[in-house]
Design a protein around this ligand. Structure first.
Ligand SMILES: C[S@@+](CC[C@H](N)C(=O)[O-])C[C@H]1O[C@@H](n2cnc3c(N)ncnc32)[C@H](O)[C@@H]1O
Length: 430
């Protein structure tokens, strides 16, 4: 397929997303199934254009003067990828499968395009209804924070200390130009292609042998701030597929006992194989069993309980750009009540003197500081550990620079730390 044919396909996929309100991943899969001639490289290129367009949807629409799938694709090529309009028009004209010729009106819109005078939610590419929430956290910097969240995410890996060190991983992945990440001592970053695609790292021997796992640097830091130590009793209550479970296991060096639980048994399923591949030997997976309380015997037993709570995922919009446009206020309300419930579920498992670590991949105070304030109001036997103290305990004192002004928690974001957005609060039970 030619680049012009990729652009045409991206317009078709965006039309499907628009008309049927389909999630981007589903629409891309359906397009691939209906166009068997397209190889995996073509599908990846089409997906990359679709995601570039979705990340910057509001600012592209403002500059193009319309939000049609065609305008979004043209805008993604010109404003995100800095394509030359004449070259684009020539490529469209030369390809039998291409979008309709570039019009004079489109050329004029592109030539005059500017974000001067655009409101914050347009400059920051986020839904207008979230403006007040983001203003609460970032004030005047909210458009810049939003713009950083609208950039492409890097491809980060975590080196599994149970299998080797970072130098070994960098050597094994040297052909992918792997570099250390700036914040996590276990982080490795793989550069993307110019059009935003990463190599198939999951097929690399280093991945198959468990030396590396795909994990954003922000997620690695969230796990590191738990400071799980060898010999401890540790519970990952909302373990999902176990991204943070495996990071906790590496910190424990297979000594002590690690428990992973999730209220959704399907989400836990991949963890069984992942733990085996990672060489984790001290993990018990506590799958839910109907209405039974499968954590009852662990009440007040844990040195550390991680509550990696369900959230809107607003910190991961770089990776899931259609989620930000699909998000509705009612979803935020649901997440908030789930977060309160998960914190209460976790609290009962912490022993006196133990830690409860609350993490979300959201940037919204409603899901973060507000949940901690409400929890501390309900549970006076818990107190916030200052972020600077938590950073020192994790052996990463430099992370204290990402503390929120209250000093009781840490907020990472693409603009603040170059990572996905994460909120981390460490609490201690008296
Ligand atoms: C953010 S995801 C976890 C991601 C995972 N920890 C990781 O690092 O890959 C949140 C998970 O919490 C689970 N969950 C929600 N409420 C829960 C509760 N009260 N107890 C246990 N798990 C819960 C959801 O099923 C979901 O899998």
């Amino acid at each position: 397929m030619t680049p012009a044919a990729h652009a045409l396909a991206a317009i078709e996929v965006l039309t499907e997303i628009e008309n049927r309100r389909s999630p981007a991943a589903g629409a891309l899969k359906a397009w691939g199934a209906a166009h068997r001639f397209a190889g995996s490289g073509d599908r990846a290129r089409i997906a990359s254009i679709v995601y570039d367009a979705l990340r910057s949807r509001a600012s592209i629409a403002w500059r193009m003067g319309e939000a049609t799938p065609r305008a979004l694709v043209l805008g993604a090529l010109v404003f995100v990828r800095h394509a030359d309009v004449d070259a684009l028009a020539a490529a469209f004209a030369a390809s039998p499968h291409a979008p309709a010729p570039v019009t004079e009106a489109e050329r004029a819109a592109i030539a005059a395009a500017s974000l001067d005078g655009a409101p914050d939610h347009v400059r920051g590419d986020y839904p207008e209804w979230l403006d007040a929430s983001l203003a609460r956290v970032f004030g005047e910097a909210r458009a810049e924070e939003g713009a950083a969240l609208a950039a492409r995410a890097p491809l980060d890996l975590r080196v599994n200390a149970l299998k080797g060190d970072r130098d070994k991983a960098l050597e094994a992945l040297a052909h992918l130009k792997a570099e250390p990440t700036p914040l996590s001592p276990f982080g490795v970053r793989i550069p993307l292609t110019d059009d935003g695609r990463g190599p198939p790292v999951q097929a690399e021997p280093a991945h198959l042998k468990g030396l590396v796992e795909v994990q954003d640097e922000g997620s690695q830091i969230a796990a590191l701030l738990c400071a799980a130590a060898p010999g401890e009793q540790v519970i990952d209550l909302c373990a999902g597929a176990g991204g943070k479970t495996l990071a906790l296991a590496a910190g424990m060096r297979n000594r002590g006992q690690l428990y992973a639980h999730d209220s959704d048994i399907r989400r836990l399923a991949p963890l069984h194989d992942r733990a085996t591949r990672a060489g984790v030997k001290n993990l018990q997976i506590r799958s839910p069993r109907g209405a039974a309380d499968v954590m009852e015997d662990l009440e007040a037993r844990a040195d550390l309980v991680l509550v990696d709570a369900p959230c809107t995922g607003a910190g991961t919009w770089r990776r899931n750009p259609d989620a930000k446009w699909r998000m509705r206020p009612s979803a935020l309300d649901v997440r908030i009540s789930e977060q309160d419930a998960a914190l209460d579920d976790g609290a009962r498992l912490v022993k006196p003197g133990g830690r409860l670590v609350y993490v979300t991949c959201s940037l919204l105070a409603e899901e973060n500081e507000d949940r901690i304030a409400a929890f501390l109001g309900r549970r006076p036997e818990f107190a916030a550990v200052p972020a600077a103290e938590a950073a020192v305990a994790a052996g990463l004192p430099d992370l204290a620079r990402f503390a929120l002004p209250s000093g009781g928690s840490i907020l990472l974001s693409p603009r603040r730390s170059g990572t996905d957005g994460f909120f981390i609060a460490v609490l201690r039970r008296t």
